[in-house]
Design a binder for this molecule. Sequence first.
Ligand code: PNS
Length: 167
Amino acid sequence: MKTAIYPGSFDPVTLGHFDIIKRSSEIFDQVIVGVLCNNAKSPLFSVEERVKMLEEVTKDIPNVEVQSFDGLLVDFMRQNHAKVIVRGLRAITDFEYELQLAQMNRVIAPEIDTLFLTTNLKYAYLSSSMAKEVAMYGGDISEFLDPVIAKQVQEKYQALQEDRECK
Ligand code: PNS
């Protein structure tokens, strides 16, 4: 059985991420979406919330499962007997970081390869951070996120706003 892991922060999952998950699920027997737990980026959503959101959007893809992980990606790969890391490439600006990450992983775990899928052109500009920025200022995010996720992002910013107003 060929298992791939698609790792990331997914804060939150975007339609661009979903496109990569869907396409990977057609290439591999099993795809594990790995949600990084101890993220230096101080995420908007907790790891439990991010896992739940991913489970919701992938519920109709039977060979996809979602797990959180902490520590090195290659250790998580080995625990799951996975040999392929899937990453999406949007533009040349992603390339330097992605190449470095893939090479580092290859040095510390020579049995593991990274497979890059080019992002659907429709979502080439899209990132979780940009979607969040639009949402933070009350903009329309329906083009970027699944409706269920968009609602949760809007509610999160609303709650943060109310929190600020109370103090
Ligand atoms: O969606 P992101 O934030 O670009 O994903 C980055 C991620 C989670 C793939 C990367 O930060 C990662 O693998 N972190 C775990 C620690 C690790 O193994 N780092 C690579 C070796 S330094």
